[in-house]
Ligand binder design. Structure first.
Ligand SMILES: Nc1nc2c(ncn2[C@@H]2O[C@H](COP(=O)(O)OP(=O)(O)O)[C@@H](O)[C@H]2O)c(=O)[nH]1
Ligand SMILES: [Mg+2]
Length: 344
């Protein structure tokens, strides 16, 4: 299948082409890079990228399922990328009146819904490639034309934070009884929140989590945004109390409303352009560093072990070693006609 056929398919909302393109990305095939090179101008400006993050077990997948159902009832289409460090894509399975789609659990009306597309990405031990892969899948989903793209990710580790950088709206999910405050602060996910959710608010201690967040927000509550007309507008980070389980639902409509309000805020203040530029910058930085690192080691022109030995034996310092490696690589490789796909 030619890359151009797949691109045409994606533009024409052909699900098979979408799936094929994403599998090229997942398998790190050369066609994937060629596809992205040709498809990127067709990304839709109005695609809303939503990140849902928080520790394992807080209810991210459950909430994603409820959010998807709400958006579908509003006639919006949704693409989902679940970053799952442990389990691979499990496919769809029926359970009772629900469809299990990877980690999602959707109501029966979603069984054959073409307006929802789910993909789970596993890092398989390779940390660097994960954010690139996620970014490329989002690019493809945006061209396909989903109104909303949800990224679900466990908020721990640098690669997870890199992944969430691509989101326009970051939702950080907490739950009662999650240990001390230091733990939250350390994880570094509090700073990225545009919206806080206290899920499992049916359990004791939910109110305490809300109070903790409120106290914290009293210090750092407001983010400044300049409107196009010069007046300034502030985004007040909301705290939404939710219950994600069917028998006891709470706060889902409010959460979806806040998510949409945040996007409206980004659009009306012109901040969406900044967010998208930040995404592009982080993507470029990742690529440059991935390519340079790979360029240095892939051709075996550089013996890293030899350099490591010299540095550990204090024959040369690490700065000199790095300089020598890069110098050697640049002189020995044909960097005028760099074939990027050999290095990714
Ligand atoms: N009591 C209670 N349990 C919930 C709620 N939301 C989700 N759960 C349960 O919490 C567990 C973990 O949920 P899951 O969505 O897989 O969490 P994730 O790891 O963050 O994606 C599951 O057993 C859910 O049924 C809630 O609002 N209240
Ligand atoms: Mg999950």
């Amino acid at each position: 299948m030619m890359v151009q056929d797949i691109i045409d398919g994606i533009k024409n909302k052909d699900i098979k082409s979408l799936a094929r393109a994403i599998s090229w990305i997942e398998k790190e095939r050369e066609e994937g890079i060629e596809l992205i090179r040709n498809i990127y101008p067709y990304q839709k400006e109005e695609t809303h990228i939503i990140g849902i993050t928080g520790f394992a077990g807080v209810g991210k997948s459950t909430l994603s399922s409820r959010i998807i159902e709400k958006y579908r009832s509003m006639g919006k289409t949704v693409g989902v990328v679940a970053i799952d460090p442990s389990s691979p894509f499990t496919g769809g399975a029926l359970l009772g009146d629900r469809l299990r789609l990877g980690s999602l659990s959707l109501g029966s009306s979603m069984w054959t819904d073409p307006g929802v597309f789910y993909r789970s990405v596993s890092n398989r031990g390779r940390m660097g490639g994960l954010s690139r892969m996620t970014g490329d899948i989002i690019t493809i989903m945006s061209v396909f034309g989903f109104d909303k793209i949800i990224i679900e990710t466990v908020g721990a580790g640098q690669s997870e934070v890199d992944v969430i950088k691509v989101a326009d709206t970051s939702v950080v999910v907490l739950m009662p009884g999650m240990g001390d405050r230091v733990q939250f602060a350390k994880a570094g996910i509090l700073e990225i929140a545009d919206i806080f959710v206290v899920n499992k608010s049916d359990l004791v201690g939910a109110e305490r989590v809300r109070q903790f967040l409120e106290e914290m927000l009293n210090f750092t509550d407001y983010r400044k945004g300049e409107r196009r007309d010069g007046t300034s507008e502030e985004w007040k980070i909301p705290i939404v109390m939710t219950i994600g389980e069917y028998n006891n639902l709470k706060g889902i409509d409010e959460l979806v409303q806040k998510i949409d309000e945040h996007f409206d805020y980004l659009v009306s203040t012109g901040r969406l352009k900044e967010v998208r530029k930040k995404r592009a910058k982080s993507e470029i930085e990742t690529l440059v560093s991935d390519i340079v690192v790979s360029l240095c080691y892939k051709n075996h022109s550089v013996d890293l072990d030899e350099f490591a030995k010299k540095v550990s034996n204090k024959k040369i310092d690490q700065y000199t070693a790095a300089e020598k490696i890069i110098e050697k690589t640049m002189t020995e490789n044909d960097i005028v006609n760099l074939n990027t796909s050999h290095y990714l």
